[in-house]
Design a protein around this ligand. Sequence first.
Ligand code: AR6
Length: 190
Amino acid sequence: MSESRDFAHGRVELVQGDLVEQQVDAIVNAANSSLLGGGGVDGAIHRAAGGTLLAECQQLPVDGQGRRCPTGECRVTGAGNLQARYVIHAVGPVYNHGSAEQSAALLRQVHLNVLQAAAQHDCQSVAFPAISTGAYRFPIDEAAAIALTAVRDYLALPSSVTLVRFVLFSADRYQAFAQALSAIPALELE
Ligand code: AR6
């Protein structure tokens, strides 16, 4: 299953499948602040990428609270054995850890930060999982609307990033993203 929609400066694609198999410039990891691996997408990426990915993550600086990456931010590493140039490790919010508004704002921000980092590394294509919708419990419909709106807004201006793919593991998650993608209004340009 796949579908797409064109925005001002790039295309959003939805596919049902496995993130680690994507042939794109950057694969986005739904990580936690330690950046030392975990379950879900994070576990799958580290297993497929091999030990060099973990070694690279371990080299990243740690802040006073033991975090390599605070919530809402991202860090870029190589991609080990994956068919990508980079892994962009993104830390999404735990749903309603703060207020619903804070969760939504952080989920939007993490998508914008990833796209900005991808452009800084001259990436054309980026593949995202549905960040925060697994262990971090964000409702899929809400997360889909936030993620896709952030990408639409990012693609309103030109950058190196012209293809943003969301890779959904299951049919129901794919359908939630497909519904949200068709519901997003186009931005009125000038
Ligand atoms: N390809 C695509 N999507 C996948 C894959 C895959 N291989 N595997 C799982 N999903 P989660 P989070 C979907 O829990 O909610 C980790 O332990 C899954 O169905 O991976 O951001 C980290 O270390 C769900 O829709 O990420 C953190 O501690 C989505 O990916 C924490 O979980 C995200 O689920 C992050 O939680």
